[in-house]
Design a protein around this ligand. Structure first.
Ligand SMILES: NC(=O)c1ccc[n+]([C@@H]2O[C@H](COP(=O)([O-])OP(=O)(O)OC[C@H]3O[C@@H](n4cnc5c(N)ncnc54)[C@H](O)[C@@H]3O)[C@@H](O)[C@H]2O)c1
Length: 254
């Protein structure tokens, strides 16, 4: 077990990539506090983990709100006495043409994707600094933070900024032995992306390794980056996209 008795928070973890990360963390021995905006999803997901591993606590709420972030940290400390790992996974994708993109959509994307990451990192780092034993922060970017993508200007900006946040935190947090890394997934199969019936076929066709990512591909890298094996890695982004961004063929053109 790579993460025995570590204490981890994961946001946006009721389904998809975040849930798979929680499952893998718990399998590796971590105590997981799972957050999702959707209370029912959060409760169901933590019940699945609890049945499988005997560990898993749900904290529902909007992870871009300071009170929810503070509750997440307080829950970790109250239940397990510490916090070792914080994974800012929650992210929303509001597609829209640049010329008509609303300021409401822009604010929402920045609030959740950027604010939710920045302030979770801040609160988690304060707790880790107090413990004085180091810790790991992990953020969730996207290949759209590297490569322009139609109708995803605001989302792509938010993801590029998350990677810059991780770099900046190398200066701010290395002296406390806190490492900060980012994963940038390419197209990944989740119940959300599979709502598009052509998603898997399209991305299989245009991905050099022949398929989109599975949530397991992302979770494997996440476990590595927050484990002792990655203690010397900080400020980095791992792109997991089956080679797509080396060529970046558009999903919209033949
Ligand atoms: N799936 C992909 O193809 C893909 C590709 C690149 C990057 N990503 C990124 O990976 C992360 C996870 O993506 P996913 O596809 O698994 O997402 P998803 O939509 O399947 O699940 C995300 C979960 O986050 C929750 N959530 C949304 N806003 C929240 C908030 N404010 N507070 C708490 N929870 C909130 C949702 O209720 C949902 O259960 C996101 O940051 C996303 O941008 C996903």
């Amino acid at each position: 077990m790579k993460l025995k008795d570590k204490v981890a928070i994961v946001t946006g973890a009721g389904q998809g990539i975040g849930f798979e990360i929680c499952d893998r963390l718990a399998r590796e021995g971590a105590n997981v506090i799972l957050n999702d905006l959707d209370e029912e999803l959060a409760e169901e997901a933590s019940a699945i983990l609890f049945n499988k591993y005997g560990r898993g606590i749900a904290v529902a709420g909007d992870c871009s709100k300071m009170e929810v972030i503070n509750t997440l940290i307080q829950t970790a400390v109250r239940e397990y006495g510490r916090l070792d790992i914080a994974i800012a996974n929650a992210g929303i994708t509001l597609f829209g043409d640049f010329l008509t993109y609303s300021s409401e959509s822009f604010k929402k994307v920045m609030e959740v994707n950027l604010g939710g990451t920045f302030f979770l990192a801040q609160a988690a780092a304060k707790q880790m600094k107090e413990q004085a034993e180091g810790g790991s922060l992990l953020f969730m970017s996207s290949v759209t933070g590297h490569q322009a993508h139609k109708n995803l200007t605001a989302y792509g900006m938010s993801k590029a900024a998350i990677e810059m946040l991780a770099k900046n935190l190398v200066i701010e947090l290395s002296s406390f032995h806190i490492n900060v890394n980012t994963i940038a997934p390419g197209a990944t199969l989740t119940s959300r992306t599979l709502e598009d019936p052509e998603y898997e076929e399209t991305w299989s066709r245009i991905t050099p390794l022949g398929r989109p990512a599975y949530v397991e591909d992302i979770a494997s890298a996440a476990v590595f980056l927050v484990s002792e094996e990655a203690r010397q890695i900080t400020g980095q982004t791992i792109v997991i996209d089956g080679g797509w961004s080396s060529i970046s063929p558009s999903p919209y053109e033949e």
